[in-house]
Design a binder for this molecule. Structure first.
Ligand SMILES: *Cc1c(COP(=O)(O)O)cnc(C)c1O
Length: 354
């Protein structure tokens, strides 16, 4: 039986994407070769890469606005360093909203001064700091749009005079925002775009070329741009599967259409968390993530009963991250509203049985 997969990542993808990707492993579009054995320089793969890049820009609303989409390797974690390497000359401003943001700060500190403009560490990152000031002389400002582990999400972005960089790993393509506010957007594929193995990096070209350090080729965004993400062999299967998923999203009506579904799913789960006396939400209400809902039991003694009900319902992947405990329901784009309703029903069942 196919399970209801609430894993935070790698995570659920649409069933049709799994089927198409499986077929392409055997025979890519009837060419008599597998996607896994064709040259990345073949016309078939170049078309796949171009479609993936075009779909990414189109779905983000960034077509024709001076941006390039790259499919790189090394995960979002590599971008923590890469952003600083390519842009940090003197000083950069970072918003600390949790584990991933802190890791980005750690890497940037290797290369220059980092000003932490605000942090929600005082409350185990259960909220998004607001009303902070970004130094006008910073090379850039960096934020994490959705905090996968803590279940918080930035709803309003600051107006800043310095270029804004965002780690959007866990909410890219999930909601209609003005992406043109950002100079660089990056996202590990495995949260909301595709399988692990590639990282989407969307760059406004005019932001580069301003640092004095010598950039090693593999860390230099301009090298990857010049070579259209083919500076070295790209992760062909991860790019292909991401492209299939972006096609699926476009077919549904794009980001606006998925946002409506995502809002609906979040509403179902948070309504139950707030209604049910056996559960407590972790994140501050106004900062709740539409992608990752974090919650704890009010009384830990019912945990075995709840875990059993969850397993019997075929629900997988809702254990919380160790830094928060409790539960985390990740509801990425591909998750069906029925699966979220099922989880809410199981939470109601617990109330009857506990
Ligand atoms: C998962 C995650 C990362 C780490 O991604 P990798 O691809 O494993 O390096 C970074 N940032 C956020 C917000 C994440 O959710």
């Amino acid at each position: 039986m196919k399970k209801h997969n609430f894993s935070a990542g790698p995570c659920i993808l649409p069933q049709t994407v799994f089927e198409q990707a499986s077929q392409a492993i055997l025979d890519l579009d009837g060419i008599g070769l597998s996607i896994l054995e064709i040259s990345h320089r073949s016309k078939e793969f170049i078309a796949i890469m171009e479609e993936a890049q075009a779909l990414a820009l189109e779905l983000l609303g960034l077509e024709g606005k001076g941006y390039k989409a790259l499919f790189l390797q090394g995960g979002a974690s590599m971008q923590f360093l890469n952003v600083a390497y390519n842009l940090l000359e003197n000083k950069a401003a970072y918003l600390n909203t949790g584990t991933w943001a802190a890791k980005a700060i750690k890497e940037a500190r290797l290369l220059g001064e980092v000003v932490e403009v605000a942090s929600s560490k005082d409350a185990n990152f259960n909220y998004i700091p607001k009303g902070y000031t970004i130094p006008e002389d910073a090379d850039y400002f960096h934020c994490t749009t959705n905090n996968t582990i803590f279940g918080t999400q930035i709803k309003e972005f600051p107006d800043t005079h310095v270029p804004m960089m965002a780690d959007m790993s866990s909410d890219i393509f999930s909601r209609a925002i003005d992406n043109s506010k950002f100079s660089i957007i990056y996202a590990g594929a495995q949260k909301n775009m595709g399988p692990a193995g590639t990282t989407l990096v969307v760059i406004k070209e005019d932001v580069l070329g301003k640092v004095s350090r010598t950039l090693p080729s593999m860390l230099d965004y301009r090298q990857h741009m010049d070579k259209d993400s083919m500076f070295n062999t790209p992760p062909v299967f991860a790019v292909y599967t991401s492209m299939l998923n972006l096609r699926w999203l476009k077919g549904l009506g794009g980001v606006k259409a998925i946002e409506e579904r995502n809002n609906n799913k979040a509403e179902i789960i948070y309504t139950e968390i707030d209604r049910n006396p056996l559960f407590k939400g972790f994140a501050a209400k106004e900062d709740r993530s539409m992608m990752n809902a974090t919650f704890n039991l009010a009384d830990e003694s019912v945990k075995p009963v709840f875990d059993k009900l969850v397993a019997e319902a075929g629900i997988s992947g809702i254990n919380g991250h160790r830094s928060v405990g409790g539960y985390r329901a990740s509801m990425y784009n591909a998750m069906d509203v029925d699966s979220v309703q099922l989880l809410a029903d199981v939470m109601q069942d617990l109330e009857k049985k506990a």
